[in-house]
Design a protein around this ligand. Structure first.
Ligand code: PLP
Length: 421
């Protein structure tokens, strides 16, 4: 290959043998559009990797990061160190989170934060004298990143390969709170530490919870003293029309994990909002330390990006806008359900959706989602191929006209693939 790095850069989740002939090298971006190095324009139908919620190229965020880099480029917050953006960001997030008395632990991304929540759940139970509570439960189809804990909390079997990296992890069905309750009893209510829940499951296929599931799962956790850890990495910062997504279900978790949209991707940052009760042993008992922390926790430039992003989301009322757009996106995806390559649409809970591809065609065609992705890309829109579906999560700045453009590109791409089969 001719471009620099093309023989050396290993892409995540990629068939590197195939990437050599299908690489999309992006050069620039503005609002809902990105351009490749040949100046071809694409609609960003996925907000990059579910994160560019405020849209690309926002001067306010870029300027905030630049200002911060000029002032205090980087300094760690281990021990007694702090910086103004980290302190302010913790307050802003705690004030918005549906978590009682939330304390905020900052990391570099979603996987870091899942590791933090898993380790803290076990550390909390050691601290309160229940050290046998070590079991972590997760749902089938779940995706919690690819760090140590995320790799075992993976409800997508392929993502567990090479593990397990930590013991005492078990899976429950994704849609049945009764089975969660039974699983807690089965493993021993005195043994289960935490249950991890994505409000709408993202990478597993954009699976909204059945009616009443989230509330019933939260009740099961409460009944058995199990910590509820909500993974809002995709669902937060407007994707479900609220700050952390879980507000929609009227549930107050023990911990909420966030990343992605918190900075709209302008800087890598994630974290966990932790309830006062779970934090208490570490905040109130002298000498009890949570021995954990990534180097870039509280990185001032990343925190500046998050503060500016929160400001944009609020000033432009993008959470409200997300709620307004979820119906129009759902209508358009549903209008594609009559296509022979489509089995059904999943949408309507948040500005996020998926088209489940037809099982018969998928059986006949290797990597049908990848083929649909490529055909839609050739028509000027980027969507996300998943295991047996394709996903949509545009920036919250998109308009209905943009959604029309997207749906036309998708229908055209589906037709192209259908004709070729
Ligand atoms: N949790 C969820 C729900 C995710 O979708 C992701 C990433 O897509 C993660 C955790 C991991 O985040 P990161 O890739 O920043 O480590």
């Amino acid at each position: 290959m001719d471009s620099p790095g093309s023989a050396t850069l290993w892409h995540p989740f990629a068939d590197m043998n195939a990437v050599r002939s299908s690489r999309v090298t992006l050069a620039r971006a503005q609002d809902v559009w990105v351009w490749d190095t040949k100046d071809r324009r694409y609609f960003d139908g996925t907000a990059a990797l579910w994160y560019a919620n405020a849209g690309h190229g926002r001067r306010e965020i870029i300027d905030a990061v630049t200002r911060q880099l000029r002032q205090l480029d980087a300094y760690q917050i281990f021990g007694s160190f702090a910086n103004e953006p980290a302190l302010r960001l913790a307050d802003e997030l705690s004030a918005r989170a549906p978590v009682d008395g939330g304390k905020v632990f900052l990391t570099s991304g979603g996987g870091d934060s899942i590791d933090t929540a898993a380790k803290l759940a076990r550390a909390y139970f050691i601290a309160v004298g229940e050290p046998e509570r070590t079991v972590l439960l997760h749902r089938e189809h779940s995706y919690h990143g690819t760090h140590g804990a995320g790799t075992v909390l993976a409800g997508i079997p392929g993502n567990r390969v090479g593990g397990p990296f930590i013991p005492d992890v078990a899976q429950v069905p994704y849609d049945d709170a009764g089975t969660l309750d039974k699983a807690i009893v089965h493993y021993g209510r005195e043994r289960v530490a935490a249950f991890f829940l994505e409000p709408v499951m993202g990478a597993g296929g954009v699976l909204p919870p059945p009616d009443g599931y989230v509330q019933a799962a939260a009740q099961a956790c409460r009944r058995h003293g199990v910590l509820l850890v909500v993974d809002a990495v995709i669902c937060g910062f407007g994707r479900l029309g609220a700050w952390f997504g879980i507000e929609r279900f009227g549930v107050r978790p023990d911990m909420v994990v966030f990343a992605k949209g918190v900075t709209s991707g302008y800087q890598p940052l994630g974290g966990v909002v932790i309830s006062e009760r779970v934090a208490a042993p570490f905040w109130d008992e002298p000498g009890r330390i949570f021995k954990h922390g990534p180097t870039y926790s509280g990185h001032p430039a990343a925190c500046a990006a998050a503060l500016a992003t929160i400001d944009v989301l609020e000033r432009e009322e993008l959470l409200e806008r997300s709620r307004e757009l979820e119906g129009p996106l759902a209508d358009r995806l549903t209008s594609l359900a009559d296509h022979p390559l489509v089995s059904h649409a999943r949408a309507g809970t948040g500005f996020i959706g998926a088209l489940q591809l037809d099982g018969g065609y998928a059986a006949r065609c290797a990597d049908l989602p990848g083929r649909v992705f490529a055909a839609v890309r050739d028509r000027g829109a980027l969507i996300r191929p998943m295991i047996s579906s394709v996903a949509f999560s545009p920036p919250l700045t998109a308009t209905e006209e943009h959604l029309d453009f997207l749906v036309d590109a998708v229908r055209g791409g589906l037709d192209d693939v259908h004709r070729s089969l």
